[in-house]
Ligand binder design. Sequence first.
Ligand code: ADP
Ligand code: ZN
Length: 593
Amino acid sequence: MPTLPKRPMIALAALAALLAAWLGFAAWYDHAQRAGEQPATYSALIERAGRGEIASITFSDDTGHAVATDGTRSRIVMPVTDDLLKELRSHKVAIAFDDGPVGLMAQTVGVLDRAAPFLVVALLVGGLALSGGQFFGMGRATRIRPEDTGTVFADVAGVDEAKEELRETVQFLKDPRRFAMAGARVPKGILLVGPPGTGKTMLAKAAAGEAGVPFFAASGSDFVEMFVGLGAARVRNLFKAARANAPCLLFIDEIDALAGKRGESNSHSEREQTLNQLLVEMDGIVEGGDVVVIAATNRSEMLDAAVLRPGRFDRHIHVSLPDVAGREAILGVHAGRLTLAPDVCARTVARGTPGFSGAELANLANEAALSAARQGRVVVTMADFETAKDRVLMGVERRSLALSAHERRLTAYHEAGHALVSLRCPEADPIHKATIIPRGRALGMVVRLPEGDRVSVSRAKLLADIAVAMAGRAAEEIVFGQDHVTTGAEADFRAATDLARRMVAAWGMSEAIGFVAHAGSEPGVRSERTAWRIDEEIRRITDEGMEHARRLLRSDRTALDSIARALLERETLTGDEITGLADQEVERATEAA
Ligand code: ADP
Ligand code: ZN
């Protein structure tokens, strides 16, 4: 991407380079001047002076630079007292005082020292005076010509509603006059709201690409400046450039950095000026510029109300994390560039990546390609996607991590516990695989495959999920005894408590608390007594989950043993393998009966 020249940076860098060169020269010059100077002692100097060997001495501060009659130079550090001067004079030594600093270096520093305040003022005044023109320029704004964007709506997958909403904008940019003649008022300010990596920048770029107009991009943080007036000047320049290239599309990422609520903390006048300038420019655009401004944020509630007023950013488009179909479509875009083995199923990968953003999915496809490349393959297989997913989710495998036999056994039982309980609770998500290969901070894990993205979740499923979360610790307890349980269940407990808390405080799933939403209310609003009862209920639900897990595992001990044994042998088991092992045990038990 071409960026505009950063003039102030270049000018400053050139100045700094010149100064450094001069100081280097000064240091060299001083050194050369003093090269012949030998350090000497006070007594040696007096002695030589007594023999008439010293022609002259120049004092600067406490250092005397002496020149002998034979031309040799020496340097003595000593306090300049009247006695000393009298003594030297009596030996006919020429005495001089250098009242300024000696040497080129010292003189340069002296000059800079005195000139510094003027220099700073000159820089500031110059910068501010020129900032309306070109000196501070458009900052880091990037301009991409229409033929360069290369992005079209087809590249952005899984955000059909957002694309639909932007179609009118594209039509307007293609032919602004048609809209003007019809007297239609087209929204010129569009706010894309959504988490990072969901394709907001891509959407804006694609809208420009579809309309065939220039695309200007800047980030809100580019306008956060130290000096009053600079941010505002940057905003002015950006819009000026956009207007000069109309029709065009101007994209401002992270607009919250630039247009956060005013006057909440101590009012920062630079920020206020910048924001005011943005409002002025927006109003100007709405009145007569064929420019569409698209801004992006993931925190629209942080924005100042003035920014959202009609005529400014009054059209809001939500870009949310993709659902399972969206993820499949996005994977289609990014995996489409790879050579895929026939076993790769985008649907399965999509199902196993809930909560992934478009950017994370793009990263996943890239990691899969890297995994294949590492093994010298061109064709990317499903196994590569598995490796990539684990890597993205959990960090790199740590096969070198030395675990004792006991730790491995404990981890195997812990994971077998999760796996078996999720198998025995029909409401819980099915198991995708279990592994005891350490990764990141986890010693092992069970990966489950949610059935699509659920908008609503039943109470039965939540209780099953809590029991599954508790099952790791429950298995440790049953097999190794209370005293040998480990810290490995921390994340499990956090997940279970979090679910239980929301059941009680947000989803009205506890009779004791009732159908009241406490989740969002301020701590002060919620009474001490209610808070205590909520905690009691959370405790009851998690305890019951633990008890449920214990019961299931105790009654199925042989299945637990055989899954743990298989994990110790093979390290990783697929969901089908685990189901097979558990069913085998059931068959054996019924045969025996
Ligand atoms: P945002 O602006 O919302 O933070 P970006 O538009 O910068 O996200 O997305 C970053 C990258 O993630 C894109 O370059 C693209 O590779 C990928 N990506 C994100 N969303 C999508 C999507 N919906 N379809 C295809 N790729 C996407
Ligand atoms: Zn666990």
